[in-house]
Design a protein around this ligand. Structure first.
Ligand code: AMP
Length: 408
């Protein structure tokens, strides 16, 4: 066992894992991570910096997380015996993406605390359940219907009107498994293309801006957030985040308030992100909830007193949360595999910007749409950070692309 506080060691010896639920898990202890992508990697770096050991389980090898973890276990999430053995070797389990099967979280919870708990996974890994939960708790969500056939979709579309967005209920992220419907005769093809048993049909939101709040809730119930951040998506995938969002402070305050309430309602111990649409009329609607650190919070690694990954570590270990204050304005730009199409990018040209930080995730193969890394620029104001990060990203291309991307 890794190092627990002495009273926790005694409690575990007498009563097992359940008794250490409320004890702090201290540096030297072993953290188990289910999932091995870039979020796990950045979490593992934060954990190792604080002297924790990191074990990761996923079906893959030489993964972004495995490369920086102490132990990389290759197993299917459905192989519950392997998951149990994994859990027996650590002091707490967390996950880095919400599509880990709930059974895996439950199997791990037989031995050690799993944070956030399996119940949070259950709600957030299914769009229908998530929307139902949010609506039932009075949170603002776009008008929607849960549908289980093309015919049901046609009926719901007649109610909601066009355009509308059809999204698979399961395993959706980064705009995958979705189709915009602009006419009733598009339903059949969209239903077939998505190929899911259940979908959510949602009114198309003519938003003025997309934004998100990443926040953490500790074991003691304390909540801390990273403020309202402005997000720009391209093709359904996050492209750029700007912190702070350039909005009326009352909108930002309301987004933070809603996010705190979501954390409370779900009883999260860990980090959670709420993604919002800001409508042209000034209302905030929740688009999606992710019970983990989020791409739109990556800027916090370089520009906040405590980053989202350290905050996740503190929360899941039962430590007090850190101060999430932003130290400077920041802008983050994702680096998708498309930017490798002409070979390895010109890193020296990117590094020429002294206020830009390069983060690469250790993925061997660059594929279109694959998140390979990100850049974060720090500046005195969000506009300057945005201009600098886009200029730095433009310099990646060896084929002379010196023009910055268009400013949003
Ligand atoms: P999602 O995977 O649901 O977060 O969707 C990815 C992106 O697609 C969002 O960030 C939006 O840019 C866009 N999108 C999703 N749902 C809607 C909607 N109901 N109305 C307008 N745009 C949407």
């Amino acid at each position: 066992m890794g190092r627990l506080a002495p009273d926790a060691e005694r409690a575990r010896a007498r009563f097992g894992a359940a008794a250490v639920k409320h004890a702090s898990i201290l540096p030297g202890a072993r953290i188990g991570v289910l999932g091995s992508g870039q979020l796990g990697r950045m979490f593992a770096i934060a954990a190792r910096r604080m002297g924790y050991r990191v074990h990761v389980l996923s079906p893959d090898t030489d993964t972004p997380t495995g490369q920086v973890a102490d132990v990389e276990i290759v197993a299917d999430y459905h192989d519950l015996d392997r998951v149990r053995a994994f859990a027996r070797g650590v002091d707490v389990v967390t996950f880095e993406f919400e599509n880990v099967p709930c059974e895996a979280a439950e199997a791990a919870a037989e031995f050690v605390p799993v944070r956030p708990g399996g119940g949070v996974l259950h709600v957030t890994q299914h769009r229908g359940r998530e929307k139902g939960f949010l609506a039932a708790h009075g949170f603002p969500v776009a008008p929607h219907a849960i549908v289980d056939s093309a015919e049901a979709t046609r009926h719901a579309l007649a109610e909601l009107g066009v355009p509308a967005v059809l999204k698979s209920a399961d395993f959706g992220y980064d705009g995958r498994g979705q189709r915009v419907l602009r006419a009733a005769d598009e339903v059949e093809a969209a239903w077939r293309a998505i190929g899911a048993d259940a979908c959510v049909l949602e009114a198309f939101v003519d938003f003025a801006l997309e934004g998100s709040v990443v926040a953490a809730r500790g074991l003691d119930g304390a909540v801390a957030d990273f403020g309202f951040v402005e997000n720009r998506h391209v093709g359904g995938i996050l492209d750029v985040s700007i912190a702070p969002a350039r909005v009326d402070p009352r909108v930002a305050a309301r987004a933070r308030e809603i996010t705190h309430a979501v954390l409370e309602a779900l009883g999260v111990v860990g980090v959670l992100c709420v993604e919002f649409f800001l409508t042209r009329a000034g209302s905030l609607w929740i688009n999606e909830v992710a019970p983990r650190p989020h791409n739109s919070g990556h800027w916090s690694i370089d520009a906040a007193l405590t980053c989202q990954f350290e905050q996740q570590l503190r929360a899941v270990c039962g430590l007090p949360l850190g101060d999430p204050s932003r130290l400077r304005a920041a802008a983050m730009a994702n680096l998708l595999g498309d930017r490798w199409s002409d070979g390895e990018p010109d890193w020296k040209a990117v590094a020429a910007a002294p206020n830009v930080k390069v983060h690469l995730y250790g993925k061997a193969q660059a594929k279109p749409g694959r998140k390979m890394g990100h850049l974060t620029a720090l500046a005195a104001a969000p506009e300057a950070a945005l201009a600098d990060v886009l200029a730095a990203r433009s310099r990646m291309a060896r084929s002379g692309g010196a023009t910055p991307d268009a400013l949003p």
